[in-house]
Ligand binder design. Structure first.
Ligand SMILES: O=C(O)C(O)[C@@H](O)[C@H](O)[C@H](O)COP(=O)(O)O
Length: 371
């Protein structure tokens, strides 16, 4: 585990903690920010309801997997729950529309590589994130002479603007790709590329040929294939492959949507189960615009490091659900972000973290909530 910079608090849940309740690991709190404004009683009530203790929960907490969508069962790539015995849980134990879910241990492979970093304010988070990214870049450049940064769209792009102020960055070694992109022209206000240029790329001297934007004006399937082709063509010194042939990006920075989507991997959609292509076309996206391309989940999880950035009160509910509430497989794509050999970091501000019960994560009797 790594400790992070001043002004933030780092929290981890380790696989060891979850498997061996008697061997609690020491907490990794470096420096606490102002206590989050969690109201324990309300949180306990909500969490209890989410675990099927008989209390109804509001409809927007329901995780519904339409049976018709997965006739042969939920594909394993979408995540399977491990039971306390270590066995993989049955596909769904939902008794009805998400109510009364059976108790399973909330535990996934790679759990020990996850950290939550909480900054006091969005400004601190933006600065802190910039330093984390710059540190990842420096490490990658020292190790392999290049740094591959993969961006998503939405509000996270603005958060990256502080990166342009960081001193001593060797921008000439950076390569930038997009974990998802809307299938629109670069000049469109919907373009993630345009957002990234305005927030960061237009302000730093990364060579233009090292910024991989979507090709404009193609049908979405072709746009995905063409983008994947360019990634496949990158030299191994820039984009190495793992033993499964998947690309190992140095850092993927994700935002998160209110439904738990990351990149353009939306809940209970077929793209979540894709294991072949690196880049997938998405049509009829629930978040506009309707056509997008997205990295597959295995490509995201092959990265050396993934950061999920969530700032502000509007993200607090989904952050709490993803980090503390067991979802049915596929219901919360963000819960499936678990780099198989790398590290996952959640970068939050105090408002986004306010519903979390971080203090209880060390309480092995009540967390994970498996009763
Ligand atoms: O292009 C996109 O739409 C995304 O990459 C998407 O995954 C985004 O990151 C989240 O929806 C969060 O977006 P906000 O932070 O703007 O809510």
């Amino acid at each position: 585990m790594h400790l992070l910079q001043r002004g933030s608090a780092v929290h981890s849940r380790t696989a060891k903690q979850q498997r061996r309740p008697s061997a609690a690991a020491a907490p990794l709190v470096v420096r606490a920010v102002a206590e989050p404004t969690t109201r324990p009683a309300e949180a306990a009530k909500r969490n209890g309801a989410a675990n099927g203790n008989g209390k109804p929960k509001p409809s927007h907490f329901l995780n519904v997997i339409p049976k018709t969508a997965w006739e042969k069962g939920i594909p394993p790539v979408m995540g399977a729950h491990l039971m306390a015995s270590g066995a993989i849980a049955p596909i769904s134990t939902s008794k009805g529309a998400g109510l009364g879910v059976e108790a399973h241990q909330f535990q996934y492979p790679g759990e020990g590589n996850a950290q939550v970093v909480v900054f006091a304010t969005p400004k601190n988070a933006s600065k802190g994130l910039s330093k984390l990214i710059a540190a990842s870049a420096a490490a990658a450049i020292a190790a392999k002479g290049s740094f591959t940064l993969v961006l998503s769209g939405g509000s996270v792009l603005n958060t990256l603007s502080a990166l342009a102020e960081v001193k001593g960055v060797d921008w000439s070694k950076w390569w930038v790709a997009f974990v998802d992109e809307r299938n629109v022209d670069h000049a469109s206000p919907d373009s993630n590329y345009k957002g990234a240029v305005e927030a960061l790329l237009g302000r730093v001297p990364i060579p233009k040929e090292q910024v991989l934007a979507i090709r404009e004006g193609l049908p979405v399937q072709q746009a995905a294939t063409e983008y994947e082709g360019r990634l496949l063509g990158l030299p191994a010194g820039v984009l190495p492959r793992d033993d499964e042939g998947l690309p190992v990006f140095d850092l993927i920075v994700l935002g998160i949507g209110p439904d738990g989507h990351v990149a353009s991997l939306f809940p209970n959609r077929p793209e979540l189960a894709a294991t072949g292509p690196w880049v997938l076309p998405v049509s009829a996206s629930p978040k506009p615009p309707p056509e997008r391309i997205t990295f597959s989940l295995p490509v995201i999880n092959a990265a050396k490091e993934v950061m999920v950035v969530a700032l502000g009160e509007s993200k607090s509910e989904i952050v709490q659900r993803v980090l503390e509430v067991q979802a049915l497989p596929g219901a919360l794509p963000a819960q499936l972000v678990r780099p198989k050999a790398g590290r996952a970091r959640w970068v939050l501000d105090a408002l986004a973290a306010q519903e979390l019960n971080i203090g209880e994560w060390e309480n092995l009797k009540d967390f994970p909530r498996n009763k």
